[in-house]
Design a protein around this ligand. Sequence first.
Ligand SMILES: [Fe+2]
Length: 262
Amino acid sequence: MEILWLDGNDASIGAKACEEISKRGIVLVRNIKSEQSLTEISKHFGQVFNPRHGSPNGVANIHPDHTLEGKGYTRTALLLHTDRSGMDNPPRFLITTVKKQSESGGHSTFVNGKHLQAQILSEDPKLFQLLRDSRMTQFQQEDRSFKCLPMFYGESKIRCRFDDGIYFNHSLAEKLPHLMRHLAKLQVRVAFKEGEGYILDNHWWLHGRDGFNGDREVLRLLINPVIIDALQKEEGKNTSKLILPDIDTTLLDFPPRFPTSC
Ligand SMILES: [Fe+2]
């Protein structure tokens, strides 16, 4: 699948990016060279989710720093993952741009989660069922405890990580080589230069990066859709609704109701 590029010098980049994300879940961008540019685009998607190591405007500068926790702050590869995968409802959108290119390596990797689910359902239904079973995986949450959450959930959402923040049940663990082969078949790799990056739906696409040499710096914003107060009042409900459509084009309950126990 071809992924569209948008230019930061185009005044309508925010609107075009929203349209593309609703269709394909991802768009690549160039000429995004400042935190301000990222923030301006983010306004089209919703409100900033404040990260652990972000500045007051929510922008995280991801670069090698041994004083900060997290593999993102090293030079090692990050396998395909969902940002904040241990949350019941991970931040919906992710916007990044490369501030400083590495000397070598550091290519970004992507997998379309909807294509992954369709491929596994068609070729290995047993694995598909395991990945939809909340008893098969425990994800580390923000408070460091682990919670049973399925990798595939909702209509066609995905959460994923392959590091110290996940435990696999034996039934799924013995099929991990199969899952890795499915991921490898669909993986897209892109080398970004300075000012280039991507916007993606964090419930739809997995992302990662190769290991690298040098002082690579990436600016990143996590965003959630805006909650419509008016819609709440109109419907007379206590639960809020999100403004942007979900993958299946329905509006989401917020917070969503997912299985929480094994
Ligand atoms: Fe990430």
